[in-house]
Design a binder for this molecule. Structure first.
Ligand code: TTP
Ligand code: MG
Length: 374
């Protein structure tokens, strides 16, 4: 079904040739590269396990003990006391990231970096006229290994979401191809949770209706899915059929990072709105940290039931060091600068602007931003 050899691209016609590259255990792999003593050992990069630090990532040796990103570092220490615990060195990670992105641009200008260690490429028209995208992906992996001494996993598919699933399929050092003629077979047994964007809550809603796989989703009526799950229903239906029309968008780094949602019903309950702010705050904090940046201004966006839209912002004295700080300021703005609780709200969002590389922010502002935080 999923082919990993070059012949996979064979004679099939590719409507688009998309590659997703994702580095393996990125921060931890760089630490092992730069400190030969750490190779082959469990390495955990993140905050201080003695404080309230959180794991940024763990080497594959450490993952065997159940350690993973976003876990409290103290829990990681309990699971594997002998692991090597390190604070992040963002400058080293950004340097490797720049090398990787420049290798990708040797193949096409259509490169969309998603975070420091992840990017999409559209190689439908390859710069050096290499037709077979599997050969391109394999060359990229070799180039990255030669220049950075790090391993990457690659996914090759006819669209972005399939390429992303593919790159994750055989980590580490994987190369997974989903040729156009294998898409349906690949999706048939794929658990819904594997669709990027489907988190635990959506998964639970789908499982409650007996929908386990993309194959299950594809047999359903799209109108029923839309009625039952709103906009998400249609999104899921398309993904289950292997449809993803998004283009690879080469961009400079985003100026703002945000999360927002239009609710199915207008909401008056302030406590419920605050529970949404908590979700956005966590998402924004983790997302920004993953991209190696942090903002200094929080923007709260509210659209009332009558479509009147307002934004309220607040600049932090120093960049937030955890999601709770973002959450606290968002709640403050909601409670003091909007009509929440008095006028029904149909859309709520939080954004961060004034984005800066984390290492730079740390140097400039506190000198020790990461202690006990990441
Ligand atoms: P990922 O690509 O999600 O993870 P990874 O590269 O460490 O491991 P793999 O891809 O092999 O599963 O994230 C890239 C880097 O982003 C990661 O090395 C550290 C950072 N990161 C965080 O700081 N916090 C997080 O919650 C996550 C998921 C990643
Ligand atoms: Mg990675």
């Amino acid at each position: 079904m999923v082919k990993t050899k070059r012949k996979a691209a064979g004679r099939v016609t590719w409507p688009r040739k998309i590659i997703h590259i994702d580095m393996d255990a990125f921060y931890a792999a760089i630490e092992q590269r730069d400190h030969p003593d750490y190779r082959g050992k469990p390495v955990v990069v993140g905050g201080d396990p003695r404080n309230r630090g959180v794991v940024s990532t763990a080497s594959y040796e450490a993952r065997k003990y159940g350690i993973h990103s976003a876990m409290p570092a103290a829990t990681a220490k309990r699971l594997c006391p002998q692991a090597i615990f390190l604070r992040p060195r963002f400058e080293a990670y950004r340097c490797a990231s720049r090398q990787i992105m420049s290798i990708l641009r040797q193949h096409t200008e259509l490169v969309e970096p998603v975070s420091l260690d992840e990017a999409y490429l559209d190689v439908t028209k390859h710069k050096l006229h290499i037709d077979n995208p599997v050969i391109v992906a394999s060359l990229i992996k070799q180039n990255i290994a030669a220049v950075t001494h790090l391993t990457a996993s690659a996914g090759v598919a006819p669209n972005l979401f399939l390429a992303k699933i593919a790159s994750d399929f055989q980590k580490p050092d994987g190369l997974t191809v989903i040729p156009p003629d294998a898409v349906q077979a690949f999706l048939k047994d794929l658990p819904v949770r594997k669709i990027p964007g489907v988190g635990p809550v959506t998964e639970k809603g789908l499982l409650a209706k007996g929908i386990k796989t993309c194959g299950d989703l594809a047999t359903l009526d799209s109108a029923w899915l839309t009625r039952t799950f709103g906009k998400t229903g249609l999104f899921l239906y398309h993904r289950a059929l292997g449809v993803d029309e998004r283009e690879v968008e080469p961009h400079t780094e985003r100026k703002q990072y945000s999360a927002e949602e239009t609710f199915e019903k207008d909401v008056l309950d302030t406590e419920w709105l605050k529970s949404q702010l908590r979700v956005y705050a966590e998402e924004i904090y983790e997302g920004l940290k993953k991209s190696g940046r942090m903002g200094n201004t929080l923007v709260l966006k509210v659209k009332y039931h009558d479509f009147e839209q307002i934004t309220r912002s607040k600049t932090f004295a120093r960049r937030p060091e955890n999601w709770q700080e973002i959450y606290r300021i968002a709640c403050l703005l909601l409670e003091t600068k909007t009509l929440a609780g008095r006028k029904p709200i149909r859309l709520l969002g939080v954004g961060m602007s004034g984005l800066r590389p984390l290492a730079e922010a740390a140097k400039v502002e506190t000198g020790d931003l990461f202690d006990g935080v990441l």
